[in-house]
Design a protein around this ligand. Sequence first.
Ligand code: GLN
Length: 204
Amino acid sequence: MKIGVLALQGDFAEHIDILTQLGADAVAVRLPDGLNGLEGLIIPGGESTAIARLLHRWELIEPIRTHVHDGMAVWGTCAGAILLANDPGDLDREGLRLMDITVERNAFGRQVDSFEADLSVPSFGGQEYHCVFIRAPVFSSIGPRADVLAQLDDGTVVAAKQGNMLATAFHPELTGDTRFHQLFLEMAAGNVVPIDIARGARPA
Ligand code: GLN
């Protein structure tokens, strides 16, 4: 299965390593042509303002939207999630506007306020998922078309899914736990992934 990782800025190399380890054909994507034939695309963490600028400069916005509408799966981690959001908070230019989520950038403060947490992800069953948050956004509201996948103890939404699109505020490429990458490969293969939302999890 061919999966692209947007390689304009940020930690794309780590995603390529994990995808390769899981047996996918992982390729770095820098130009619109690189989207052809992909079953999935990962937009990595980094700096959303820089990635947005480069997406516009290399004329990738419309081609990515078109491929996603045509069925390519897409996953944004941290800055990548900001770029997927319909409402990307104070991002200084237009992002991809694909997912029915509102993000608040840098919601936990500055670099020093980065942290790690063990979260229960209902779709993964019992074992908690160790999450690394680096100047992370939160998903301050989730529209009716998206589902909540994971929340902090206080109810803050940090992972969401909408059809063939996935967004995580944290960095699953940094911990060695491959369950989110496996979930994304299932989505890219077109398999229906059960979403097990905690009752009452959806914020108002
Ligand atoms: N704070 C960054 C932004 O707003 C995201 C940080 C990250 O991707 N780790 O783009």
